[in-house]
Design a protein around this ligand. Structure first.
Ligand code: GDP
Ligand code: MN
Length: 380
Protein backbone atom coordinates (compact mmCIF):
# COMPACT_ATOMS: atom_id res chain seq x y z
CA UNK A 1 0.00 0.00 0.00
CA UNK A 2 1.38 3.31 -1.06
CA UNK A 3 0.90 6.29 1.23
CA UNK A 4 0.21 9.80 0.01
CA UNK A 5 2.87 12.43 0.41
CA UNK A 6 0.91 14.12 3.19
CA UNK A 7 0.54 10.82 5.04
CA UNK A 8 4.23 10.07 4.70
CA UNK A 9 5.08 13.54 5.96
CA UNK A 10 2.75 13.18 8.96
CA UNK A 11 4.73 10.09 9.84
CA UNK A 12 8.08 11.78 9.18
CA UNK A 13 7.05 14.55 11.49
CA UNK A 14 6.22 12.08 14.27
CA UNK A 15 9.75 10.74 13.88
CA UNK A 16 11.35 14.19 14.05
CA UNK A 17 12.21 14.35 10.37
CA UNK A 18 11.94 18.04 9.43
CA UNK A 19 9.23 18.84 6.87
CA UNK A 20 7.92 22.17 5.59
CA UNK A 21 5.01 23.74 7.43
CA UNK A 22 1.72 23.04 5.68
CA UNK A 23 -1.78 21.56 5.56
CA UNK A 24 -4.18 19.79 3.24
CA UNK A 25 -6.80 21.64 1.23
CA UNK A 26 -9.63 20.19 -0.78
CA UNK A 27 -11.15 23.47 -1.99
CA UNK A 28 -9.68 26.67 -3.46
CA UNK A 29 -11.00 28.60 -0.43
CA UNK A 30 -9.10 26.35 1.94
CA UNK A 31 -6.00 26.77 -0.18
CA UNK A 32 -6.35 30.54 0.15
CA UNK A 33 -6.89 30.33 3.89
CA UNK A 34 -3.86 28.13 4.47
CA UNK A 35 -1.72 30.43 2.33
CA UNK A 36 -2.86 33.37 4.46
CA UNK A 37 -1.86 31.44 7.58
CA UNK A 38 1.54 30.58 6.17
CA UNK A 39 1.93 34.20 5.19
CA UNK A 40 4.47 33.87 2.40
CA UNK A 41 5.06 32.01 -0.86
CA UNK A 42 3.68 28.49 -0.85
CA UNK A 43 3.87 25.36 -2.97
CA UNK A 44 0.63 23.64 -3.99
CA UNK A 45 1.17 19.90 -4.30
CA UNK A 46 -1.36 17.58 -5.89
CA UNK A 47 -1.89 14.50 -3.71
CA UNK A 48 -2.04 11.81 -6.34
CA UNK A 49 -0.24 8.51 -6.07
CA UNK A 50 1.87 8.82 -9.19
CA UNK A 51 5.53 9.61 -9.65
CA UNK A 52 6.77 12.71 -11.43
CA UNK A 53 4.03 15.08 -10.35
CA UNK A 54 6.40 18.02 -10.72
CA UNK A 55 6.96 17.38 -14.40
CA UNK A 56 3.26 16.70 -14.95
CA UNK A 57 2.23 20.10 -13.53
CA UNK A 58 1.18 18.87 -10.10
CA UNK A 59 3.60 21.04 -8.11
CA UNK A 60 3.03 24.81 -8.33
CA UNK A 61 4.78 27.65 -6.59
CA UNK A 62 2.57 30.66 -5.84
CA UNK A 63 3.19 33.97 -4.13
CA UNK A 64 -0.12 35.15 -2.68
CA UNK A 65 -3.36 33.81 -1.16
CA UNK A 66 -5.33 34.97 -4.22
CA UNK A 67 -2.96 33.24 -6.58
CA UNK A 68 -3.18 30.10 -4.42
CA UNK A 69 -6.96 30.16 -4.72
CA UNK A 70 -6.77 30.68 -8.45
CA UNK A 71 -4.21 27.93 -9.12
CA UNK A 72 -5.96 25.55 -6.70
CA UNK A 73 -9.25 26.00 -8.54
CA UNK A 74 -7.46 24.90 -11.70
CA UNK A 75 -5.58 21.89 -10.35
CA UNK A 76 -8.41 20.52 -8.19
CA UNK A 77 -10.52 18.36 -10.43
CA UNK A 78 -7.83 18.15 -13.06
CA UNK A 79 -6.20 14.84 -13.78
CA UNK A 80 -2.53 14.11 -13.34
CA UNK A 81 -1.46 11.04 -15.26
CA UNK A 82 -5.13 10.13 -15.34
CA UNK A 83 -5.72 10.37 -11.58
CA UNK A 84 -8.16 13.08 -10.49
CA UNK A 85 -6.71 15.57 -8.01
CA UNK A 86 -8.94 15.78 -4.95
CA UNK A 87 -6.57 17.27 -2.41
CA UNK A 88 -3.66 19.64 -2.38
CA UNK A 89 -0.93 19.85 0.19
CA UNK A 90 -0.20 23.53 0.74
CA UNK A 91 3.27 24.08 2.13
CA UNK A 92 5.50 27.02 2.82
CA UNK A 93 7.94 27.34 -0.09
CA UNK A 94 11.44 26.34 0.81
CA UNK A 95 14.46 28.02 -0.65
CA UNK A 96 16.63 25.25 -1.99
CA UNK A 97 20.40 25.09 -2.17
CA UNK A 98 20.72 21.42 -3.07
CA UNK A 99 18.38 18.50 -3.76
CA UNK A 100 19.51 15.12 -2.44
CA UNK A 101 18.00 11.71 -3.02
CA UNK A 102 17.70 9.53 0.06
CA UNK A 103 15.75 6.30 0.33
CA UNK A 104 15.68 2.81 1.73
CA UNK A 105 14.26 -0.34 0.31
CA UNK A 106 14.52 -4.11 0.37
CA UNK A 107 17.61 -5.74 -1.09
CA UNK A 108 15.95 -9.01 -2.03
CA UNK A 109 19.14 -10.71 -3.08
CA UNK A 110 20.93 -10.09 0.19
CA UNK A 111 17.86 -10.16 2.41
CA UNK A 112 18.87 -6.83 3.87
CA UNK A 113 17.82 -3.22 3.86
CA UNK A 114 19.44 -1.08 1.23
CA UNK A 115 20.09 2.62 1.78
CA UNK A 116 20.43 4.63 -1.40
CA UNK A 117 21.61 8.21 -1.65
CA UNK A 118 22.72 10.66 -4.28
CA UNK A 119 23.90 14.25 -4.13
CA UNK A 120 21.85 14.92 -7.24
CA UNK A 121 18.28 14.14 -6.21
CA UNK A 122 15.06 15.68 -7.44
CA UNK A 123 12.91 15.06 -10.43
CA UNK A 124 15.68 13.64 -12.62
CA UNK A 125 16.84 10.86 -10.32
CA UNK A 126 15.90 8.09 -12.77
CA UNK A 127 17.93 9.80 -15.45
CA UNK A 128 20.93 10.07 -13.14
CA UNK A 129 20.66 6.43 -12.13
CA UNK A 130 20.72 5.51 -15.81
CA UNK A 131 23.33 7.88 -17.16
CA UNK A 132 25.65 8.33 -14.17
CA UNK A 133 25.21 5.31 -11.92
CA UNK A 134 28.47 6.22 -10.15
CA UNK A 135 26.62 9.13 -8.56
CA UNK A 136 24.30 6.76 -6.68
CA UNK A 137 25.67 5.38 -3.42
CA UNK A 138 24.41 2.31 -1.60
CA UNK A 139 24.85 0.89 1.87
CA UNK A 140 23.51 -2.46 3.04
CA UNK A 141 22.05 -2.70 6.51
CA UNK A 142 21.94 -6.01 8.30
CA UNK A 143 18.44 -6.16 9.79
CA UNK A 144 19.70 -7.81 12.97
CA UNK A 145 22.23 -5.06 13.64
CA UNK A 146 20.19 -2.17 12.33
CA UNK A 147 21.55 1.08 10.98
CA UNK A 148 24.69 2.23 12.76
CA UNK A 149 25.88 5.80 12.84
CA UNK A 150 29.10 5.14 10.94
CA UNK A 151 27.10 3.82 8.01
CA UNK A 152 25.07 7.02 7.80
CA UNK A 153 28.29 9.01 8.22
CA UNK A 154 29.93 7.12 5.35
CA UNK A 155 26.96 7.91 3.16
CA UNK A 156 27.15 11.57 4.19
CA UNK A 157 30.80 11.57 3.07
CA UNK A 158 29.93 9.82 -0.21
CA UNK A 159 27.37 12.39 -1.18
CA UNK A 160 29.45 15.25 0.23
CA UNK A 161 27.05 16.59 2.78
CA UNK A 162 28.71 19.57 4.49
CA UNK A 163 30.34 18.63 7.78
CA UNK A 164 28.06 20.91 9.81
CA UNK A 165 25.03 18.90 8.65
CA UNK A 166 26.39 15.45 9.43
CA UNK A 167 24.78 15.33 12.83
CA UNK A 168 21.34 16.15 11.40
CA UNK A 169 21.84 13.75 8.51
CA UNK A 170 22.72 10.91 10.88
CA UNK A 171 19.70 11.67 13.07
CA UNK A 172 17.48 11.85 10.01
CA UNK A 173 18.85 8.54 8.68
CA UNK A 174 18.14 6.88 11.98
CA UNK A 175 14.59 8.30 11.96
CA UNK A 176 13.89 7.20 8.42
CA UNK A 177 15.24 3.76 9.24
CA UNK A 178 12.88 3.59 12.20
CA UNK A 179 9.95 4.64 10.02
CA UNK A 180 10.95 1.96 7.55
CA UNK A 181 11.18 -0.84 10.10
CA UNK A 182 8.32 0.23 12.41
CA UNK A 183 5.89 0.44 9.50
CA UNK A 184 7.04 -2.73 7.72
CA UNK A 185 7.75 -0.59 4.70
CA UNK A 186 9.26 -1.86 1.48
CA UNK A 187 10.19 1.68 0.54
CA UNK A 188 10.79 4.87 2.53
CA UNK A 189 12.04 7.62 0.30
CA UNK A 190 12.76 11.31 0.54
CA UNK A 191 13.25 12.87 -2.88
CA UNK A 192 14.26 15.57 -2.67
CA UNK A 193 15.83 15.85 0.73
CA UNK A 194 16.97 19.43 0.49
CA UNK A 195 19.69 21.52 2.00
CA UNK A 196 18.01 24.89 2.34
CA UNK A 197 19.80 28.15 1.74
CA UNK A 198 19.56 28.51 5.52
CA UNK A 199 21.68 25.32 5.84
CA UNK A 200 18.98 23.02 7.15
CA UNK A 201 17.95 19.55 5.99
CA UNK A 202 14.25 19.34 5.08
CA UNK A 203 12.23 16.49 3.57
CA UNK A 204 10.49 18.18 0.66
CA UNK A 205 8.76 15.07 -0.63
CA UNK A 206 7.97 11.70 0.95
CA UNK A 207 7.01 8.32 -0.32
CA UNK A 208 6.31 5.28 1.81
CA UNK A 209 5.13 1.89 0.57
CA UNK A 210 3.92 -0.57 3.19
CA UNK A 211 4.20 -4.29 2.65
CA UNK A 212 0.58 -5.38 2.10
CA UNK A 213 1.27 -8.61 3.95
CA UNK A 214 2.09 -6.63 7.08
CA UNK A 215 -0.92 -4.34 6.94
CA UNK A 216 -2.75 -6.33 9.59
CA UNK A 217 -0.17 -5.01 12.03
CA UNK A 218 -1.05 -1.43 11.11
CA UNK A 219 -4.82 -1.09 11.35
CA UNK A 220 -4.48 2.69 11.69
CA UNK A 221 -2.95 2.80 8.20
CA UNK A 222 -5.45 0.41 6.72
CA UNK A 223 -8.19 2.86 7.65
CA UNK A 224 -6.43 5.52 5.65
CA UNK A 225 -6.11 3.45 2.51
CA UNK A 226 -7.05 5.53 -0.48
CA UNK A 227 -9.42 3.25 -2.35
CA UNK A 228 -10.23 5.92 -4.93
CA UNK A 229 -7.07 4.97 -6.79
CA UNK A 230 -7.82 1.27 -7.03
CA UNK A 231 -9.13 -0.20 -10.23
CA UNK A 232 -12.49 -2.03 -9.94
CA UNK A 233 -10.52 -5.25 -10.34
CA UNK A 234 -8.23 -4.39 -7.45
CA UNK A 235 -11.16 -3.53 -5.17
CA UNK A 236 -12.88 -6.77 -6.04
CA UNK A 237 -9.69 -8.72 -5.36
CA UNK A 238 -9.24 -7.03 -2.00
CA UNK A 239 -12.86 -7.73 -1.04
CA UNK A 240 -12.44 -11.44 -1.72
CA UNK A 241 -8.88 -11.68 -0.33
CA UNK A 242 -7.43 -12.69 -3.67
CA UNK A 243 -3.78 -12.02 -4.43
CA UNK A 244 -4.10 -10.17 -7.69
CA UNK A 245 -1.51 -8.32 -9.69
CA UNK A 246 -2.31 -6.98 -13.11
CA UNK A 247 0.32 -7.51 -15.80
CA UNK A 248 0.63 -6.45 -19.43
CA UNK A 249 -0.14 -9.66 -21.31
CA UNK A 250 -3.40 -11.19 -22.51
CA UNK A 251 -3.66 -14.60 -20.80
CA UNK A 252 -5.53 -14.44 -17.52
CA UNK A 253 -4.21 -16.98 -15.01
CA UNK A 254 -6.38 -18.35 -12.25
CA UNK A 255 -4.27 -20.51 -9.99
CA UNK A 256 -4.26 -21.80 -6.42
CA UNK A 257 -1.04 -21.04 -4.61
CA UNK A 258 1.65 -18.46 -5.29
CA UNK A 259 4.24 -21.04 -6.32
CA UNK A 260 1.89 -22.58 -8.84
CA UNK A 261 1.03 -19.10 -10.09
CA UNK A 262 4.74 -18.42 -10.67
CA UNK A 263 5.21 -21.73 -12.46
CA UNK A 264 2.13 -21.03 -14.59
CA UNK A 265 3.38 -17.59 -15.59
CA UNK A 266 6.81 -19.05 -16.37
CA UNK A 267 5.46 -21.74 -18.62
CA UNK A 268 3.19 -19.29 -20.42
CA UNK A 269 6.21 -17.13 -21.19
CA UNK A 270 8.22 -20.19 -22.11
CA UNK A 271 5.59 -21.13 -24.68
CA UNK A 272 5.70 -17.64 -26.14
CA UNK A 273 2.69 -16.08 -24.42
CA UNK A 274 2.26 -13.22 -21.94
CA UNK A 275 0.30 -13.48 -18.67
CA UNK A 276 -2.32 -10.76 -18.10
CA UNK A 277 -2.17 -11.13 -14.36
CA UNK A 278 -1.04 -13.04 -11.35
CA UNK A 279 -4.15 -14.25 -9.57
CA UNK A 280 -3.87 -16.64 -6.66
CA UNK A 281 -7.15 -17.81 -5.14
CA UNK A 282 -5.25 -19.34 -2.21
CA UNK A 283 -6.01 -22.62 -0.44
CA UNK A 284 -9.54 -23.91 0.09
CA UNK A 285 -11.22 -21.28 -2.06
CA UNK A 286 -15.01 -21.26 -2.20
CA UNK A 287 -16.93 -21.19 -5.46
CA UNK A 288 -17.80 -17.52 -4.76
CA UNK A 289 -14.14 -16.68 -4.58
CA UNK A 290 -13.46 -18.50 -7.83
CA UNK A 291 -16.34 -16.63 -9.48
CA UNK A 292 -14.97 -13.31 -8.19
CA UNK A 293 -11.56 -14.15 -9.61
CA UNK A 294 -13.09 -14.93 -13.00
CA UNK A 295 -15.16 -11.75 -12.87
CA UNK A 296 -11.97 -9.77 -12.35
CA UNK A 297 -10.44 -11.27 -15.46
CA UNK A 298 -13.54 -11.09 -17.64
CA UNK A 299 -13.89 -7.37 -16.96
CA UNK A 300 -10.29 -6.75 -18.00
CA UNK A 301 -10.42 -5.92 -21.71
CA UNK A 302 -6.86 -7.03 -22.25
CA UNK A 303 -7.64 -10.64 -21.34
CA UNK A 304 -8.12 -12.79 -24.46
CA UNK A 305 -7.89 -16.25 -22.92
CA UNK A 306 -8.21 -17.59 -19.40
CA UNK A 307 -6.01 -20.36 -18.14
CA UNK A 308 -7.26 -22.08 -15.00
CA UNK A 309 -4.62 -24.22 -13.38
CA UNK A 310 -5.81 -25.94 -10.21
CA UNK A 311 -3.83 -28.43 -8.22
CA UNK A 312 -6.42 -29.59 -5.72
CA UNK A 313 -5.27 -30.21 -2.17
CA UNK A 314 -7.13 -28.21 0.42
CA UNK A 315 -8.71 -26.58 -2.60
CA UNK A 316 -11.46 -28.83 -3.93
CA UNK A 317 -11.82 -29.19 -7.67
CA UNK A 318 -15.61 -29.48 -7.43
CA UNK A 319 -15.82 -26.17 -5.60
CA UNK A 320 -13.67 -24.54 -8.29
CA UNK A 321 -15.84 -26.14 -10.98
CA UNK A 322 -18.97 -24.69 -9.35
CA UNK A 323 -17.39 -21.23 -9.47
CA UNK A 324 -16.60 -21.67 -13.15
CA UNK A 325 -20.10 -22.97 -13.88
CA UNK A 326 -21.64 -20.00 -12.08
CA UNK A 327 -19.47 -17.56 -14.05
CA UNK A 328 -20.40 -19.14 -17.35
CA UNK A 329 -24.06 -18.80 -16.41
CA UNK A 330 -23.63 -15.13 -15.41
CA UNK A 331 -21.45 -13.98 -18.28
CA UNK A 332 -22.15 -14.20 -21.95
CA UNK A 333 -18.52 -14.32 -22.98
CA UNK A 334 -16.59 -15.71 -25.89
CA UNK A 335 -13.28 -15.68 -24.03
CA UNK A 336 -12.03 -19.27 -24.13
CA UNK A 337 -11.33 -21.04 -20.85
CA UNK A 338 -8.50 -23.55 -20.82
CA UNK A 339 -8.71 -25.76 -17.76
CA UNK A 340 -6.34 -28.07 -16.04
CA UNK A 341 -8.00 -29.52 -12.98
CA UNK A 342 -6.26 -32.21 -10.92
CA UNK A 343 -6.30 -33.39 -7.31
CA UNK A 344 -8.94 -33.44 -4.61
CA UNK A 345 -12.44 -34.16 -6.00
CA UNK A 346 -11.14 -34.00 -9.54
CA UNK A 347 -13.75 -36.44 -10.86
CA UNK A 348 -16.61 -34.48 -9.27
CA UNK A 349 -15.21 -31.26 -10.67
CA UNK A 350 -14.90 -32.63 -14.16
CA UNK A 351 -18.42 -34.00 -13.91
CA UNK A 352 -19.78 -30.55 -13.10
CA UNK A 353 -18.04 -29.06 -16.12
CA UNK A 354 -18.72 -31.93 -18.49
CA UNK A 355 -21.44 -30.10 -20.38
CA UNK A 356 -19.73 -26.72 -20.46
CA UNK A 357 -17.94 -25.53 -23.52
CA UNK A 358 -14.42 -25.57 -22.11
CA UNK A 359 -11.02 -26.60 -23.32
CA UNK A 360 -9.38 -29.08 -21.03
CA UNK A 361 -5.82 -30.22 -20.61
CA UNK A 362 -4.20 -32.97 -18.58
CA UNK A 363 -0.84 -31.35 -18.04
CA UNK A 364 0.23 -27.81 -17.36
CA UNK A 365 2.37 -27.86 -20.47
CA UNK A 366 -0.55 -28.81 -22.67
CA UNK A 367 -2.75 -26.19 -21.00
CA UNK A 368 -0.16 -23.48 -21.54
CA UNK A 369 0.31 -24.42 -25.19
CA UNK A 370 -3.43 -24.27 -25.82
CA UNK A 371 -3.85 -20.97 -23.98
CA UNK A 372 -0.91 -19.37 -25.78
CA UNK A 373 -2.07 -20.39 -29.23
CA UNK A 374 -5.64 -19.24 -28.53
CA UNK A 375 -4.45 -15.90 -27.17
CA UNK A 376 -2.34 -15.40 -30.30
CA UNK A 377 -5.19 -16.25 -32.62
CA UNK A 378 -7.58 -13.94 -30.78
CA UNK A 379 -5.16 -11.02 -30.66
CA UNK A 380 -4.17 -11.33 -34.31
P1 GDP B 1 7.41 14.82 -7.52
O1 GDP B 1 7.69 15.43 -8.86
O2 GDP B 1 6.10 14.10 -7.51
O3 GDP B 1 8.52 13.96 -7.04
O4 GDP B 1 7.22 16.03 -6.48
P2 GDP B 1 8.25 16.70 -5.46
O5 GDP B 1 7.53 16.98 -4.21
O6 GDP B 1 9.50 15.92 -5.34
O7 GDP B 1 8.56 18.10 -6.15
C1 GDP B 1 9.19 18.16 -7.41
C2 GDP B 1 10.17 19.31 -7.46
O8 GDP B 1 9.51 20.52 -7.20
C3 GDP B 1 11.27 19.24 -6.41
O9 GDP B 1 12.33 18.41 -6.82
C4 GDP B 1 11.67 20.69 -6.31
O10 GDP B 1 12.61 21.00 -7.31
C5 GDP B 1 10.39 21.43 -6.59
N1 GDP B 1 9.83 21.91 -5.31
C6 GDP B 1 8.98 21.27 -4.49
N2 GDP B 1 8.73 22.01 -3.37
C7 GDP B 1 9.47 23.13 -3.48
C8 GDP B 1 9.68 24.30 -2.67
O11 GDP B 1 9.15 24.44 -1.57
N3 GDP B 1 10.52 25.25 -3.15
C9 GDP B 1 11.14 25.14 -4.34
N4 GDP B 1 11.96 26.10 -4.74
N5 GDP B 1 10.98 24.06 -5.14
C10 GDP B 1 10.16 23.08 -4.73
MN1 MN C 1 9.75 13.82 -5.44
Amino acid sequence: MRLHEYQSKDIFSNYQIPIPRGRLASTPEEAKLITEEINGPVVLKAQVLVGGRGKAGGIRLVKSPDEAEDVASKILGERIKDIPVRRLLIEEAVSIQQEIYFGMTVDREKGETLLIASAEGGVDIEEIARLSPEKIFRVNINPLLGLRDFQARNLATDIEIPRELWRSFIALSRSLYNVYTDLDATLAEINPLVITTGKRLVALDGKIIIDDNALFRHPELLDRRDITIESPQESEARKFCLSYIKLDGNIGCLVNGAGLAMATMDIIQHKGGQPANFLDIGGGASSEKVAAALRIMLTDKQVKTILINIFGGITRCDEVALGIQQTLADFDTNIPFVIRLVGTNEAEGKQILADSNLITADSLEEAAEKAVSLSQELSA
